[in-house]
Ligand binder design. Sequence first.
Ligand code: G6P
Length: 360
Amino acid sequence: TDIEKGTYPHYMLKEIDEQPFVIRNIISKYKDENENIKLDEDVRTAVTQADRIYIIAAGTSYHAGLVGKEMIEKIAGIPVETHIASEFLYNMPLLSEKPLFIFISQSGETADLRGVLVNVKKLGHPTLTVTNVPGSTLSREAEYTLHTHAGPEIAVASTKAYTAQMAVFAILAVDAAQKRGVTMEFNPLQELAIVANAMEIFTERKEELEQVARDFLSTTRNCFFIGRALDYHVCQEGALKLKEISYIQAEGFAGGELKHGTIALIEDGTPVIGLATQPAVNLNIRGNMKEVVARGANPCMISMEGCEDEGDTLVIPRVHEYLTPLVSVLPMQLISYYAALHRDCDVDKPRNLAKSVTVE
Ligand code: G6P
């Protein structure tokens, strides 16, 4: 990937569009000549010897870590905790006997993460950095590195790095499961190829997403994202994208938690973006959507084939249930992009934000 904008008006749009290629690139980098997962034996050993994994990250990478936790726990059966780096540094939880620390960082330079890395190395624990920049500080200072192969990300709002991080975690989770002797029907290399195709469909549906942004977000002051299970984590990321570039006050909530307080904020016309890709909680999230609609919300439901319902605003193609975040985040990225454009915001360089934060 070169770092020219080419015909694109913004880096962010270019980077959104690159996601299918990034996923295909990751597949090829993590596949051996027998079509099996290719991973450094040391990394493999470090992951499977851990009795608990601590994922440390900030911002969008933290949101990828929340999904990464679910993948490793559900697929490989290893307990995982995901922590905000700046919180972990000064308020460390009790550690297990054989922890592995995984640092997720697009840039590999975030100071909050480095603080944790330095500390846990002093305690003698193994460390792995998952990064888009292999020569970066966090990559050099950790024992092991996994490369997310997304190519340079220039826009401040992270897009392709997030989906790349989650793809690498899916591969890591299945690899660990195999090494631990768990039989797996889920082949991440094949399923990620399906994800790449599904992503492409979205990057070709921009006009529709621009219209959604216009219908729901052109004048609003706030916006809520609701989802359950993996969808909840994608909602947190969707809300962060919208806040970062459009300055609309946005929050991602667990669908069932809304009624315990936040629903008080719903007024006539408040946009609520719902995500429904998880069959096990489909009825529940639809119930939550009805609750907000009854209070006047303007509902925008994004669902996946198999979970769809009449009246949904967008339906995404079906992908493996562990990988839905990689596809469902695309409409959110694009909706945020167009919302920012309509509101005349500086998409690639939002106010008050830096691409990488190298101070604590
Ligand atoms: C900054 C950026 C965010 C990013 C976060 C973590 O705050 O504005 O977009 O998610 O840092 O960055 P990292 O490079 O560690 O993933």
